[in-house]
Design a protein around this ligand. Sequence first.
Ligand code: UD1
Length: 416
Amino acid sequence: MSTIEVTGGISLQGEIEIQGSKNAVLPILAACLLGEGVCVIENCPRIKDVSDTLEIMRGLGCRIRREDRTVSVDASGVDRCEISGEEAARIRSSILFLGALLGRMKKAVLPLPGGCAIGERPIDQHIAALRQLGARFYLEEKVAADAWDLKGGRVELALPSVGATENAILASVLAPGETLIVRAAREPEIDELCAFLRRRGARIRRTAGGDIRIVGVKRLGSACYRMRPDRIVAGTYLLAATATRGQIFVKDFPHHELDALLAVLRDMGVTVGYEENGIRLMAKMPLRALPYLETAPYPGFPTDLQSPLMAVLCRARGESCICETIFENRFRTVDQLQKMGAKIRTDGRCAVMKGIPALIPASLTAPDLRGGAALVIAALQANGSSVIRNTRYIERGYEDICRDLSALGARITYRG
Ligand code: UD1
């Protein structure tokens, strides 16, 4: 089994470029199924979730070429509408093929989606949204649906689910008539999907109130699209630098997407801000605890950065409290951090941390993708050598966390 070995105690310094966004590229790849043109995606991250997604697309009949970070997808030969269990079970985002296949083939059959074990992750909102567009579902062991007369309409989400918003978009861009997605998720990755579809000729925009309005078009054309940097990976490295009292510059990062994290870092005493070409961070002082923080849908504090932040707060002065409002099972890192001496107790959806001066190195197991990244951050702070197992989770979302952190001076090695 592959492991990551970290010798902690070194302050991170330097400049870093961030890989393309995972959560944006996955729906964009699904959107390549719509229409017949060839789509070229640049700066596509080389991560496991992308290779698994491309495998699913090949299985559906797409011709795919991948050279380094450029992926071209020719979907003209798509002739299947069923995704088999093993492929889809590996990644949660396989559920996005539901909307894309209904838009393209009018029929979709997929197993219930897999992914990180961070909670129940129901798909009722996806189903409700697609039903509102005319899809009919036959739910047994699989998710099967057809939509012979998909039509634009009003889609009311009960909660702003990212995946359900994306599925509603994917199903409606080619459906005749006008669609309004009410309570659409506001995550920047949704706007990136819209920008990609617009480039292919879709008529789609976000209204001033945050809903998404789509006017169905008859066809979508070819497009070349460059992925923007991944805000969660950038956030992870800003937190790693904070944890080690480092100084880093995250290059070419767009303004505003990390406002919630930057505000939290400032509350902890970190000097951080946007510059013209990126984000500069200096974390020289002892960190202050955070009396209370809740995760929330964008523009709130992202649930994906909750575990990495927890790994930093273990050593902040005073008592911190984090409440996880999105996924109920996101405290699976706690027992691993406790192995390193962290003083954390959980009470339902909240975790309370009492800052301690130092963490001790340990042998650890990554519980999920972001929890794995959190353990790397914890290990960077512990004087001595820690080992992290289950690195396959981390590889789902980080191209090469060892390469990136080594470039900032960390002593971190991947052992395959
Ligand atoms: C996406 C991101 C994930 C991020 C999450 C929240 C991708 C590939 N993944 O996941 O990294 O953590 O957004 O920002 O983009 N829910 C329901 N019913 C549904 C759908 C969702 O109750 O049908 C609930 C979920 O259980 C959860 C909340 O809604 O509590 C948010 O989930 P959602 O926004 O759908 O997250 P994902 O799209 O799965």
